[in-house]
Design a binder for this molecule. Structure first.
Ligand SMILES: *[C@@H]1O[C@H](CO)[C@@H](O)[C@H](O)[C@H]1NC(C)=O
Length: 149
């Protein structure tokens, strides 16, 4: 996990040095309990969206991943994170990962770009004021699917 953090720091520093060739870095806080729309681009190049509740607990997905505290930067409610930060990009990555059995961070074919977009949120969300108290909801599986077009 320390290695992961150092990798995040290093890649963020590099991104910072070459702003013209990368997406603008941005951190948008989300409120626990609010409704938010996750957006990502899947491996087929389609734009996918899914609307749900920030901080929701979907339990374990079919790949064995743990999806509590959705939208928190870090795995579940307790994975390594700088505070309990909830942001748009971490929400999009969590939701993408749940539905696509994602693994491997930035190398995942469906959710890798969303992972990369969430790196600055992970690092800067605390100073941006996005840290909140984690909910402690029981796991409830989502009843709808993302829409991709
Ligand atoms: C996720 O994994 C499960 C179990 O292996 C599989 O049934 C399902 O099709 C997978 N979903 C995706 C989107 O890959």
């Amino acid at each position: 996990m320390l290695t992961l953090l150092l990798t995040l720091l290093a890649t963020t520093a590099l991104t910072h040095a070459t702003p013209a060739t990368h997406h603008k870095r941005s951190v948008t806080c989300l409120k626990v309990g609010a409704t938010a729309t996750a957006t990502w681009t899947n491996s087929a190049g389609k734009t996918c969206t899914y609307t749900g509740v920030v901080g929701s607990n979907y339990g374990t997905n079919s790949a064995g991943g743990e999806y509590s505290c959705n939208g928190r930067c870090g795995a579940g409610c307790t994975g390594l994170g700088l505070g309990n930060v909830y942001t748009q990009d971490c929400w999009s990555h969590d939701i993408c990962s749940y539905f696509n059995n994602a693994s491997g961070g930035a190398s995942d074919p469906n959710c890798g770009a969303a992972f990369a977009a969430a790196r600055d949120d992970f690092l800067l969300g605390l100073v941006e004021g996005c840290s909140q108290t984690n909910p402690s909801d029981a796991a409830v599986k989502p009843t709808t699917q993302p829409v991709c077009s």
